[in-house]
Design a protein around this ligand. Sequence first.
Ligand code: NDP
Length: 300
Amino acid sequence: MPQTQAQIIDGKLHAERLRAEVAAEVARLKTKHGLQPGLAVVLVGEDPASQIYVRSKGEHSLGAGMHSVTHRLADDTGQDALLKLIADLNADPRIHGILVQLPLPKHLDEKAVIAAIDPDKDVDGLHVVNAGRLVAGLPALVPCTPMGCMILLRETLGDLSGKRAVVVGRSVLVGKPMAQLLLAADCTVTVAHSRTTDLPAVCREADILVAAVGRPRMIRGDWIKPGAAVIDVGINRVPFDDPEKAAQGKTKVVGDVHFKEASDVAGWITPVPGGVGLMTVAVLLQNTVTAAKRLAGLEA
Ligand code: NDP
């Protein structure tokens, strides 16, 4: 039987659209309410990947017309100094969103730092108050990556009600909030993890399969239900397949799903790169606008 190729869910296109919507809303808030949403990004240390992410967040927030501040702190910054900066940002009326780039250097207590952020400015959605609000169905700031996945799913599939969803991964950052969002969208949700038995069979039940594992190409084509929507959150650096390039130490980024195999079976699939990753920053901007409106008492 001839196989049909999955339709690509183009993260670039969806992210551009979302950023344009955010920019239009920022312009409206400025004109109508004299409100300019403001985002503060805090980076501690010199981690190269974090530096790239932080630069991108700063550029895109400025591009959307926001007030944008980046605090770059030395690698040996102490816990007290970092907490003092967060307290200052909590109190700063020009700042509506605070994001501390993770991971922090080992000597810093990440949980205490996140707990110090005003939950109403916690645009990364990692504060326990926001996690609780999400579970309780209250207005929350939701972690950007799972929110980006939901936007892709809704714009691709429309109503998700009644669909069987499997989320592979149960991190606080991705897997757990993703499961909550799918549940809130009336999916029947299974959360799989490293102790799940017969993971391929669990995955094969999914109309919607979200992979947030951190293992390159772990999810194979025969794990996927024909026609399913596959959302690949994974970002894994691996050597090139071409032995010549691999020998030169060159690497590339792949997802948690074996893209080539999965494309022959799935109905829709996000590529890596070019899929979920691009949505994350766009949702961060959206969360900052949401936070600004709520803090100003405007409907979000
Ligand atoms: P974590 O390492 O925090 O969580 C990984 C999860 O995968 C855990 O719940 C773990 O299970 C589960 N897992 C690990 N191995 C297996 C296995 N063999 N079978 C089934 N489950 C397994 O990762 P994150 O959630 O933070 O990130 C996941 C991936 O998404 C990474 O590749 C990361 O780089 C990427 N990512 C991408 C973002 C983007 O913007 N696109 C943003 C954030 C992350 P257990 O709990 O049992 O240990």
